[in-house]
Design a protein around this ligand. Structure first.
Ligand code: ATP
Ligand code: MN
Ligand code: MN
Length: 367
């Protein structure tokens, strides 16, 4: 075939895990629009369209320059007719009519607002919207709505939690949790994971993986950690999920779902004095407080599952999704946060924790 007048600079894989992606996004004008469309489809439970726009955004994030012509996108994977039409509109008029319409849409705005509360998912948001609620105050004051404890905490700390977390704030929390964990067990291992491990400068929460070489003691360690945070007066909320992990019952069927490790979804209090350079200043929010609330996730896999848990919690969601798809389709293996199985469902040996590695495990390749 004739060469495209705008060949892409690199050949990109259909799998996010095979694409080199930096934290610098040269195509934000498109990916922001795709994200709005994906979210709108998510609110309408159109999962495949939602996924298509998330995929397209992920592909464009790995293009190392701004695309200035749709022709340049011709040989990029995962961009269908709809995505290309949106790109064309943005290139021509500076914005997409479809996206602008969604942004002005009452239902979209309300669902976006309601789901911004910790503990409120798309289904609850939809129910509230259908019930005629239009503000957060409506939801708080409606006598027919019984908020669960997570949502109560979500409302209480909504302002703080909606504000992004800076890297300095994430590091400060890491220091606090590390010191607290070491106070409980000298063998405790704590690693930063999630978006900050990928090098992002801001996040919606801070994710940590906690473990110990003492077999079967991970969950106790987590519970003691949470207890110690409570005694330090910095625990604002804890939703603990007990471990249901049993390697002999795996791989399970609910493959993409949450993993079985013990974990806690927390809200912690972080003081200005604990952060290098201080807490982020937010305009119009100076209420004289010397602290802010931050969402923190802590997951505690057994040490021999450390590598897979770390891989699974580092994200991004699209990277994880494609990594599992790649294992399945290209290698006929099964991968999840707990392990890797071959095509006869035999569990493959896990790479040891870096502190214990002798460099001989072939699966270290995965890290
Ligand atoms: P952000 O900056 O928005 O926090 P992030 O990439 O850190 O971005 P998270 O939602 O914190 O996003 O999730 C981090 C990773 O952990 C994701 O890749 C996700 O797959 C994984 N993850 C999150 N929650 C769970 C869970 N309950 N069970 C298993 N894996 C999870
Ligand atoms: Mn995160
Ligand atoms: Mn998280």
């Amino acid at each position: 075939p004739e060469a495209s007048p705008h060949p892409p600079m690199v050949e990109l894989s259909r799998y996010a895990c095979k694409r080199r992606t930096s934290t610098e996004n040269h195509n934000e004008i498109f990916t922001d629009a795709f994200e709005v469309l994906a979210e709108s489809y998510e609110f309408s439970q159109c999962d495949s369209q939602c996924l298509a726009f998330r995929r397209a955004a992920s592909v464009l994030k790995s293009v190392p320059c701004p695309l200035q012509h749709v022709g340049a996108a011709a040989s990029l994977p995962c961009l269908g007719g709809h995505t290309r039409a949106v790109m064309q509109e943005i290139l021509q008029y500076g914005q997409s009519c479809e996206v602008e319409k969604i942004l002005c849409n009452d239902r979209y705005q309300m669902l976006k607002l309601f789901t911004s509360v910790f503990g409120v998912g798309p289904k609850t948001a939809e129910k509230w919207y259908r019930g005629g609620l239009r503000t957060l105050k409506d939801a708080l004051e409606d006598p027919s709505i019984e908020l669960n404890s997570m949502q109560k905490a979500g409302f209480l700390h909504h302002k703080d939690i909606s504000q992004s977390v800076s890297r300095a704030e994430a590091m400060a929390l890491g220091d606090i949790l590390h010191e607290t964990a070491l106070g409980i067990s000298a063998h405790a291992v704590l690693v930063l994971t999630g978006g900050f491990r990928r090098g992002k400068a801001f996040g919606h929460d801070v994710d940590f993986l906690l473990s110990t070489p003492e077999k079967g003691k991970e969950e106790i360690l987590l519970l003691s950690l949470v207890d110690s945070l409570r005694r330090q007066g910095i625990l604002l909320y804890c939703d603990h999920h007990t471990s249901t992990f049993d390697i002999n019952n795996m791989p399970g069927v609910s493959f993409e779902a949450m993993d079985h490790f013990a974990k806690s979804f927390l809200i912690l209090r972080l003081y200005d004095s604990q952060v290098e350079g201080g807490l982020q200043r937010v305009e119009g929010q100076d209420d004289g407080r010397s602290w802010r609330a931050v969402r923190v996730d802590v997951v505690t896999p057994p040490m021999e599952r450390y590598a897979f848990a770390l891989l699974g919690w580092t994200g991004s969601r699209q990277f994880e999704r494609d990594l599992r798809r790649f294992a399945r389709k290209e290698n006929r293996m099964l991968l999840d946060n707990h392990g890797l199985w071959d095509n006869t469902k035999v569990l493959l040996t896990a790479p040891p924790h870096p502190a214990q590695t002798d460099g001989s495990s072939p699966l270290v390749l995965l890290g």
